[in-house]
Design a protein around this ligand. Structure first.
Ligand SMILES: *Cc1c(COP(=O)(O)O)cnc(C)c1O
Length: 386
């Protein structure tokens, strides 16, 4: 139940990739027969990705991962538009691939506004509008949050970006493949997707660059990808990404309904069985990704819960997967002003298409005794309860 960290390739994806390791090993940039066949597979994949997010295939550039895409989008805009202004608006709950890129740009003379969120992790659009100045060159807001699952009002933010003529980027990594993503309707100029979060292999992603968007190169070298990104394409990964996009587009509604039903069962089961549990994220399930549930188990460290779960074969994450290993509460919990102790006790369950009803039943069976045992050992619990 850690699918927001990664998931396995969906059935059909690996099979589609296999021929491109051996029989069709050509370099898609080669003009000879070996390259041409491979190039046509890459272009098919480009069409499959474009269809999922509603853009033109020519507006897509394949990249190595979501982190690269976000670096490309943000640094590339900053570099291309630095004569125009030096201000970026983003949020305090972005993935580190966005936050740390913005922090880096602050060392290079850019100014960044990190919008606050409320206790449910939601943004105030009036605050966003007021943050825009003459100097603003980029608005970057994630489509959905990886830790709490909140879905942000990207369409409305897109209208604001259009009104003020500011370039609009969204880290769409958690949204794509889970909910409907339409970059036209959202008025996006830049959007980033990552294959391994929705059934394609690791090491491949794509960036949507609206036609006419000014974006500096990030990778210098050959003239691949219409001169937007150098480097021989990851053909097998790209073929896998295309098939995963096609499967996601075909099954989006059924998958979301099935996963949401399991998630809701898990959510209700936890709240029914265990006292002093707090939900992190928006209480309305429709305003969260269908697969994500983040809860704090008061008096227990998330890390101990995670390890006890691990011994039962259950994989979840505490805080953000990327910050696990440190006991600092996650920046998302801090931004929501979750009490420090509760923030330490948060656990993220993120379900995937592979999860079954039995998985949920198993978690609901194992969880209460673990929580009870850990609370008995907790000095905080004993201070408050005994
Ligand atoms: C996983 C993730 C990323 C990073 O994607 P990688 O492909 O792992 O580099 C970026 N943003 C969000 C919201 C993510 O969940």
């Amino acid at each position: 139940m850690d699918n927001n960290a990664t998931m396995s390739v969906r059935p059909g994806v690996l099979e589609a990739m296999l021929p491109f390791f051996r029989e069709q090993f050509g370099n898609p940039s080669s003009v000879h027969w070996a390259g041409r066949a491979v190039n046509s597979a890459v272009e098919t994949a480009r069409e499959q990705v474009a269809a999922l997010i509603n853009c033109s295939p020519a507006e897509l550039v394949f990249v190595s991962c979501g982190s690269e895409g976000n670096n490309f989008a943000i640094k590339g805009t900053a570099e291309a538009l630095k004569e125009k202004g030096n201000h970026i608006v983003t949020t305090s709950v972005e993935h580190p691939a966005v936050l740390e890129t913005c922090e880096y740009l602050e060392t290079q003379g850019f100014e960044v506004t990190y919008l606050k969120v409320d206790k449910n992790g939601m943004l105030d659009l009036q605050e966003l509008e007021e943050a825009i100045t003459e100097q603003t060159i980029l608005i970057s807001v994630m489509w959905a949050n990886n830790e709490i699952g909140n879905i942000y009002p990207i369409d409305k933010i897109g209208r604001l970006a259009k009104k003020y003529k500011v370039c609009f980027h969204s880290d769409s990594v958690q949204a794509v493949g889970k909910i409907s993503v339409d970059v036209q309707q959202a008025n996006l100029d830049l959007a980033v997707i990552s294959g391994h979060k929705f059934g394609a292999p690791k090491g491949v992603g794509a960036i949507y660059i609206r036609r006419g968007t000014r974006l500096s190169r990030f990778m210098h070298g050959g003239h691949q990808e219409r001169n937007r990104r150098a480097g021989t394409l990851n053909v097998t990964g790209i073929v896998g990404l295309g098939v995963a996009c096609e499967l996601a587009a075909k099954n989006l509604k059924q998958d979301a309904a099935k996963i949401a039903r399991l998630r809701d069962k898990l959510e209700q089961g936890i709240f029914a069985a265990i006292p002093e549990v707090k939900l992190n994220g928006h209480p309305r399930q429709q305003l969260r990704l269908p697969n994500t549930l983040n809860v704090s188990f008061a008096y227990i460290e998330g890390e101990s819960l995670l390890l006890n779960f691990d011994m039962k074969g259950i994989a979840v994450s505490s805080g953000s997967a990327c910050t696990s290993g440190s006991l600092e509460p996650s920046h998302v919990m801090r931004a929501m002003c979750v009490d420090a102790v509760l923030a330490q006790s948060s656990i993220r369950f993120s379900l995937g298409t592979d999860n079954t009803e039995e998985d949920v039943d198993y978690v609901l069976q194992e969880l209460p005794p673990i929580v009870q045992r850990l609370r008995k050992m907790s000095p905080l619990y004993n201070r408050d309860k005994l």
